[in-house]
Design a protein around this ligand. Structure first.
Ligand code: HEM
Length: 160
């Protein structure tokens, strides 16, 4: 793996950084640009439908990048032999953050699907509660964790 990383380092780091950019950047754009625009829609049913639809698109776009981020991370862990190095605590912190972010994303996908079913059944109130939790806590939590992971990545990059 060391030789593989040495040969393809540029493309692997590029894919890693690109994936972080799409995942974290996508959530920031959704939360701080699209969200406030959707809130201007007067009909609650339409507003929630648009929000659920946009979230579906976001989750579909980010999921492959979540996988690429993990695959490139594994290649770097093996290639740089990071688990046995003095940087292992930083690496474990990033692994933990990735796992937490991925589980949070998976929960958001399930919650959004449930909200969509509630909307189709005309239960606007419960759909609003389900989507509200995603917007208020789950997306912001992943944005914060993603920013921490990027900072840890910059520390790792400087130390390698
Ligand atoms: C799964 C666990 C992870 C591991 C083991 C890991 C490992 C690394 C390593 C070794 C580097 C340095 C690459 C180099 O300079 O050669 C790096 C950089 C980076 N990582 Fe991760 N990473 C992980 C997860 C994440 C996550 C979840 C994000 C953000 C969502 C992220 C964002 C970044 C960024 C933006 C850089 C580039 C920093 C820079 O070049 O200054 N990483 N990562």
């Amino acid at each position: 793996m060391t030789e593989f990383l040495a040969e393809y380092k540029t493309i692997i780091v590029f894919l890693h950084v690109m994936s972080a950019m799409v995942w974290v950047g996508g959530m920031i754009a959704m939360r701080f640009a699209a969200h406030y625009s959707f809130m201007e829609i007067e009909s609650p049913q339409k507003r929630l439908e648009r929000t659920a639809h946009a979230l579906k698109n976001l989750f579909t776009i980010v999921t492959p990048f979540v996988v690429i981020l993990f695959v490139t991370a594994i290649i770097m862990i093996k290639g740089y032999a990071l688990s046995a190095s003095s940087l292992s605590s930083l690496v474990h912190a990033k692994e933990g953050i990735w796992i937490f972010m991925a589980v949070n994303l998976f929960s958001m996908i399930l919650r959004r699907n449930k909200a969509m079913k509630l909307l189709e059944a005309g239960d606007t109130l419960r759909a609003k509660n389900a989507l509200g939790l995603i917007g208020k806590y789950m997306v912001p939590l992943n944005i914060i964790l993603g920013i921490i992971a990027i900072y840890l990545g910059a520390s790792l990059s400087g130390a390698l």
